[in-house]
Write a protein that binds this ligand. Sequence first.
Ligand code: ARG
Length: 464
Amino acid sequence: MKAWSGRVEKPTDEFVERFTSSLPFDWRLFRVDITGSVAHARMLGATGIIPKNDAGAIEKGLLAIRDEIESGRFEFDTSDEDIHMAIERALTDAIGPAGGKLHTARSRNDQVALDLRMYLKGEIVACAELVVALQETLIGVASDNVDAVMPGYTHLQRAQPVLFAHHLLAYVQMLARDFVRLLQCHSAADVMPLGSAALAGTEFPIDREMIAEELGFERISENSMDSVADRDFVVDFLAAASTIMVHLSRLCEEIVIFGSTEFGFVTLDDAYATGSSIMPQKKNPDVAELVRGKAGRVFGDLTGTLAMLKGLPLAYNRDLQEDKEALFDALDTVRDCLVAVAGMVGTMTVNSEVTEAAAGGFSAATDLADFLVEKGLPFREAHEVIGKIVLHCEKTGEALDALGAEEFASFHPAFAEGVPPLGARDVIARRTSAGGTAPERVAEQLKAAAARLASAKEWIDERG
Ligand code: ARG
């Protein structure tokens, strides 16, 4: 018997039943669905909309169903259209006609919006926790290698030397912004839609504030039509998830490059690498590559959802059921990728002799130009002079820091008074501007990052 069996004369076509069912994927909403229904039943009892003893029986029945699903004893029936119908049917089977009173003053349209908001709020906290954990890992690796020096790149050409820690802390910054975005997503989801009913509200004297308070919602929605049609909170999360994936993918791309034999900057732990089925010498960065690849899926979840929403008239339309697989896929993917990257980065070896050797060469050229600027030359002229010195070195095969003082002086008389030290560490030590790579600036960054993490954890603990 379908919930709408009174209205139709024929059973639903078998294919249509399968085609329209969301049970294969929305079953994972069962916990929030039951928590939401318990709050609704209590409110119906408290307001006298249904008898108190019916409300009590409903609550007991729902909690028993939750245990059954949790323990795997619950029998899902494919003819149940979705998790909401499955639970309601089981409730009526268990407690009789009182079960049929649960859906008073409610529609699946506001019910599913409530479930999705509750579920997403919980998942966002879990995601935020993983974002914090990855930041902690990066800060740990940065601290363990706080003396390591590497080339900084632009256009993937060696540009200027930087501390390895400075490079990693750039990713900590990205993740700190991701955390803030997750906070905003949590707040966007923190609106209680139940009581909007099908689309127009209800004639029953419901108490929406009571439900919001019981379920820990910050506020209630203000327009019943918007409440059942709105999936902005899903889009907000998918956009934040996409940005997280951009960051993870960029980090993974670097690990692929820096782990190659050509670079040799980092070595992945055997537990985080895979071999080749044909080439015995290979150890592949598959984890990094998969994270990079999975970024595309999450972008697809976002664009797919935006496209699904753009043509919908108010209020509820069944298209909205398509929000779930995209959201669940993005949630699972982002969580797995955050775990994978933290594990991979936390166990890799940083080959600091290799990175330091690569950081020399011409990377002090800017410093030589800056030296002439301090002597009074306009920067553009100084750039020209140093360009000629570099060209000379290119032709003779000499290293920049191997040139003698007289040779420098032959390019510009200001060098007669001396040449600044040109080692990678000297260059790094001079980058003392706020946010620069000088060791004391990086130490400040490490401290600030740790302080930020402490307050991030407080936010999580308050909701965990
Ligand atoms: N399974 C549906 C969904 O996910 C629940 C809402 C169904 N509402 C309806 N009027 N058919 O959107």
